[in-house]
Design a protein around this ligand. Structure first.
Ligand code: 6PG
Length: 252
């Protein structure tokens, strides 16, 4: 590395460093597509939990293009890790982003696309509605997601689990309403019990602005209450951290 030793050589987590965001998206998409194929072949279906934000968009585009023909879309069940509590046609909607970047371009049956509804007056009713969706899906099979994609915020949040959030204390419910420190403040999010049980978790993190929080999450004994993504830092075998060169830098 040009004067930057990558964080990956210093931690016991599965860290994969790519030269840039483009290479990261390609390598991660290849692994995700392969896992979808393997799980769909062995279990007959594959639950894929989609992340919001901007980082996953190129990976979604690759799943919808370069890897499209390699994925059994009829056996893919799409879920969301979190949602901004806005209409689905709002430019800030994670549902809208995933539809535009991926789901509108692949033959995933509409019945397999499980959006978090945001049309209840009370977000808690929406969270309970999604919980019912998950209960229905998991009623036949192991109660854990096959693949979860996650991003990382500069404050250590992931999905809509923000530092200090009561949602981090939830140990029973899989979906809860949450409040973000930035607009849109009202959110829905999967909880740590829901996310951490997953068979394959992929964090996608790019850019120099994330290098510090990546170091804090992966190298410190950080408390998930203050740094939620730290809940996934231990080398559990199920978690892969995809970092580009800038996000993996170990010095400022
Ligand atoms: C959201 C995401 C959120 C995101 C991080 C990183 O709804 O915004 O769930 O957790 O993954 O904020 O966002 P970027 O990928 O845009 O940096």
């Amino acid at each position: 590395m040009d004067g930057h030793d990558a964080i990956g050589s210093r931690v016991d987590a599965d860290v994969r460093v790519a030269a840039d965001a483009e290479e990261l998206s390609l390598r991660a998409a290849e692994v995700v597509a392969g896992t979808i194929r393997d799980v769909a072949r062995s279990a007959g279906r594959c639950s894929l939990v989609l992340a919001g934000g901007s980082t996953p968009r190129p990976l979604y585009a690759l799943l919808a293009s370069r890897f499209r023909a390699t994925i059994p879309w009829d056996r893919v069940q799409a879920f969301w890790g979190d949602e901004r509590y806005v209409p689905h046609d709002d430019a800030r909607s994670n549902y809208r982003m995933a539809r535009e970047a991926l789901l509108d371009h692949v033959p995933c049956p509409p019945a397999n696309i499980h959006a978090m509804r945001t049309d209840f007056d009370d977000p808690d009713a929406a969270a309970r509605n999604y919980e019912e969706t998950l209960e229905g899906y998991f009623s036949s099979g192991e109660r854990r997601f096959s693949i979860v994609l996650l991003g990382l915020g500069g404050d250590g949040h992931t999905a809509s689990l923000f530092p200090g959030s009561p949602a981090l204390e939830e140990r029973e419910r899989w979906v809860v309403p949450a409040t973000a420190p930035v607009e849109p403040r009202r959110r829905l999010t999967l909880t740590l019990p829901a996310l951490s049980r997953s068979a394959h978790v992929h964090f996608l993190v790019t850019g120099a602005s994330k290098a510090r929080v990546v170091r804090r999450v992966l190298t410190g004994a950080a408390d998930p209450v203050h740094l939620p993504a730290a809940a996934f830092a231990r080398g559990s075998g199920a978690v892969t951290w995809w970092l580009d060169h800038d996000a993996a830098a170990t010095e400022e």
